[in-house]
Design a protein around this ligand. Structure first.
Ligand code: HAM
Length: 416
């Protein structure tokens, strides 16, 4: 027998019964972003590899291990986009958007690709809704963006979400801080776990996540990057926080927050859903004031976020299971004898042209089977066509039946 194909590892099919929740996430995001003046942009699924190498950062896991990179027929190296920010910044420069009124606010959605170890909530192809505001340094931009993301998550009804907020300052502050942290850790090396000691030179920040008791004790007294921000960065961060406070947003200050992309400066945030287990990050972002310059543009500030559609869908599906919510019945299912199928199709077409949801049996079922099908597809009404051109309309919720004239069905259903 010929081998059956499956979707590649780490990818999945979205089946039709899984679409409504995803479509709602996309619709709510789109409405809220467009109401806030964000314009819709689409960029290609693949870009020059160098854009991500420079933009996302050579030292990140994404660039080092997770990119789907290939050569085209002309020998150019291309990469399936692992994230949106570098692409949106490229488009901003390519189309001269620095000449438009700033900040330029853009959003997009679509598939992204990272060669990660697949597990629940972590895929090799995943979907993001992404928003970027380019061209303003104002802390109001950071706050506004966080408020929009939070409002989307709240309107969707995701439960158990917390927002972690931090600031990274500038690359110079960060480099000086990492040196200080390394020196501090070395001064108390004997108290640290072997693992932390081994990674001290590569990534001393990891020590903040350690479970080891001795290390935890050392880290409780360690200096944090937040305490080392220079005056301008500290003021910027205070302003972001004050705006969030004024707008009633609850967040946790996280002095050790780090994210897997190199371009961040200043504000950094992450939304987590505690019900999701290990892959709990449902969205995150921050400010990237150096990115546009890194990819060949003039110094231009920017700020943005991305929401993970798949993870938000997982969270909402789990909640729906718990609540066992029933969806409302909708539309008409036309039930007809075999020789009445032509009439049924004509009627269904007429109803559809009037903007209604309508369906009929296409599998040669007996009348009883068609009634079952009407129930299964969630029809609000079943319309039973009789041979004598009469018809009975059955309310599938209450079971009530009444005679109707098929010729005036659109009017009857428009004013039931
Ligand atoms: P990120 O944190 O890498 O940020 O991704 C944002 C969200 O995408 C995550 O919180 C998560 O929900 C989802 N996500 C990421 N990787 C996967 C995966 N392998 N499987 C499923 N979901 C995933 C960025 O991508 C930045 N570009 C955000 C940004 C925009 N920063 C500034 N502007």
């Amino acid at each position: 027998m010929t081998e059956k194909f499956k979707a590649p590892r780490g990818t999945f099919d979205v089946l039709s019964d899984q679409q409504p929740v995803r479509e709602r996430i996309q619709a709510v995001s789109r409405r809220r972003l467009e109401a806030a003046g964000y314009g819709h942009i689409d960029t290609p699924i693949f870009e020059d590899t160098d854009l991500f190498a420079r933009g996302v950062g050579e030292s990140t896991d994404i660039v080092q291990k997770q990119m789907f990179t290939f050569e085209d027929q002309g020998g150019r190296s291309l990469t399936l986009r692992p994230e949106a920010t570098a692409s949106v910044c490229r488009a901003y420069l390519q189309h001269g958007m620095q000449k438009l009124a700033q900040p330029v606010k853009l959003w997009m959605e679509g598939p992204f690709f990272r060669h990660e170890r697949p597990q629940a909530g972590r895929y090799r192809q995943f979907t993001q809704v992404d928003a970027e505001a380019i061209g303003s340094e104002s802390p109001l931009v950071d706050a506004e963006m966080i408020l929009i993301a939070s409002d989307i998550i709240t309107e969707l009804g995701v439960e158990g979400v917390r927002l972690r907020l931090g600031s990274l300052g500038t690359p110079a502050t960060r480099a000086a801080y990492l040196e200080e942290l390394r020196d501090y850790l070395r001064s108390r090396e004997a108290e640290l776990s072997d693992e932390v000691r081994g990674r001290l030179d590569v990534n001393p920040l990891r020590a903040f996540d350690a479970e080891h008791e001795g290390t935890r004790h050392v880290m409780d007294e360690a200096p944090t990057l937040l305490e080392r921000l220079d005056e301008a960065d500290a003021e910027h961060f205070d302003a972001v926080r004050q705006t969030l406070d004024r707008n009633g947003l609850v967040y946790e200050l996280d002095p050790t927050l780090v994210r897997g992309l190199d371009y961040y400066t200043r504000t950094l945030f992450e939304f987590e859903c505690e019900r999701l287990g290990a892959q709990s990050g449902i969205g995150g972002g921050g400010r990237y004031d150096g990115l546009i310059e890194l990819i060949g543009g003039p110094p231009t500030p920017g700020c943005g976020w991305a929401l993970g559609v798949d993870r938000i869908a997982l969270a909402l599906e789990a909640q729906e299971d718990a609540a066992e919510g029933e969806t409302a019945r909708e539309g008409v299912f036309v039930v007809a004898e075999e020789d009445g199928r032509e009439a049924a199709l004509a009627l269904v077409t007429e109803l559809r042209r009037a903007g209604m949801t309508a369906d009929l049996d296409l599998a040669g079922r007996a009348t009883k089977g068609q009634m079952k099908q009407a129930d299964r597809v969630g029809a609000r009404y079943a319309l039973i066509l009789a041979r004598d051109a009469k018809a009975t309309l059955r309310d599938m919720d209450s079971g009530e039946e009444r005679e109707v004239d098929p010729a005036t069905l659109v009017e009857t259903l428009s004013s039931p």
